[in-house]
Design a protein around this ligand. Structure first.
Ligand SMILES: NC(=O)c1ccc[n+]([C@@H]2O[C@H](COP(=O)([O-])OP(=O)(O)OC[C@H]3O[C@@H](n4cnc5c(N)ncnc54)[C@H](O)[C@@H]3O)[C@@H](O)[C@H]2O)c1
Length: 316
């Protein structure tokens, strides 16, 4: 690898362009290619990046030996395959959430990550308010957290745009990851109530409760129901501690979450790529546990039963 890390972006839609813009401003990084199944989008993004090669097929880009690292920002159903293919060619991958769309699909990633870093993109671990919350929670005693409550509502268009992935993996996954990261605990069972779509996915709204040892709980409320004219209510996370209540609320205009956290995340990824090491901030095991719990929400809502969570379920 030269002094500059050669970076490509796979999927230059709404969020892929945010990745691209952040890389274009980052010292030590050279954007050398983009890929998108939509050739016009690929061409526009390539132009923005200074006339770099544009690929309609991401694997052709990986085969062309023009990148050392890629952001994978294409639809969720493509993530695990592209990350595996990147690592197989020695290309480090930052993989947007969800890293895989099932526990089963995750299989190839662990093996592939021996060949090159595969870094799950859990952006909120890089956002100041959550970092502050984690410092406060971490300075307490184990067992201080009695409950975590999270609310996250997204626009109605997600019902069409992301119906193949579903709410738990697409939206609730942020809050599941925060609960895992903030508390260092894991649940023992999951119950959930939600309308189940014809494709077996939860695509409208959901309420889920996870039980931990000693009566502790996490609860999640997520929906894809906001209309265009509705004011975005903000994402809320409440941590109930023995000593008091901590609350973080974001509205859509939060500069830190939208821009600074993404820059910090990408620059951490580039550092991992340069050094050829996995992330010490968010591991594949962390991502796997989140996906397993998101999957358990769908199972609980579909079967209308409590789903037991064993340590093996969260790790293998
Ligand atoms: N971490 C976050 O907070 C956050 C925020 C937004 C989006 N995301 C993730 O980013 C991903 C993209 O979301 P988006 O809102 O930008 O979606 P989008 O639909 O705007 O963009 C997806 C892009 O991928 C392209 N694409 C589709 N199939 C492809 C393929 N096989 N190969 C290459 N490109 C392909 C599409 O043409 C499109 O340009 C999703 O997985 C989403 O979960 C994460």
């Amino acid at each position: 690898m030269t002094d500059h890390v050669r970076v490509g972006v796979i999927g230059v839609g709404t969020f892929g362009l945010a990745h691209l813009n952040a890389y274009l401003e980052m010292p030590g990084v050279q954007v050398t290619a983009v890929a998108d199944a939509d050739p016009q989008r690929a061409a526009r993004a390539a132009e923005k990046a200074g006339g770099v090669p544009a690929f309609a097929d991401a694997v052709d880009m990986l085969d062309a030996d023009v990148v050392d690292a890629v952001s994978i920002v294409s639809p969720g159903t493509t993530h695990a395959d592209f990350a595996t293919q990147a690592a197989a060619r020695g290309v480090a991958a930052l993989v947007e959430k969800p890293v895989a769309v099932s526990r089963a699909e995750f299989g190839t990633l662990r093996e592939a990550s021996r060949l090159a870093p595969i870094v799950p993109a859990h952006i909120l671990r890089f956002a100041s308010p959550y970092l502050g919350l984690r410092r406060t929670v971490g300075s307490g005693q184990p067992g201080d957290v009695l409950a975590v409550h999270a609310q996250r509502h997204r626009p109605r268009d997600h019902q069409v745009l992301f119906s193949d992935v579903g709410i738990p993996l697409m939206t609730t996954i942020h809050d599941i990851d925060l609960a895992l990261w903030l508390t260092g605990e894991v649940p023992s069972s999951v119950v959930a109530v939600a309308p189940v779509g014809e494709n077996g996915k939860l695509g409208v709204c959901l309420s889920a409760v996870m039980e931990l040892a000693n009566g502790l709980s996490w609860s999640f409320s997520s929906s894809w129901l906001l209309t265009e004219n509705e004011r975005y209510p903000g994402d809320e996370l409440t941590v109930v501690l023995k000593t008091g209540i901590l609350r973080v609320r974001f509205d859509g205009s939060d500069e830190d979450v939208l821009h600074q956290a993404l820059r910090r995340e990408l620059s951490h990824f580039v550092d991992c790529a340069r050094r050829g090491v996995p992330s010490e901030i968010v591991s594949l095991d962390d991502a796997f546990a989140g996906i397993a719990l998101a999957e358990a929400i769908t199972t609980a809502a579909t079967t209308r039963t409590a789903v037991p969570i064993t340590p093996e379920y969260l790790t293998s």
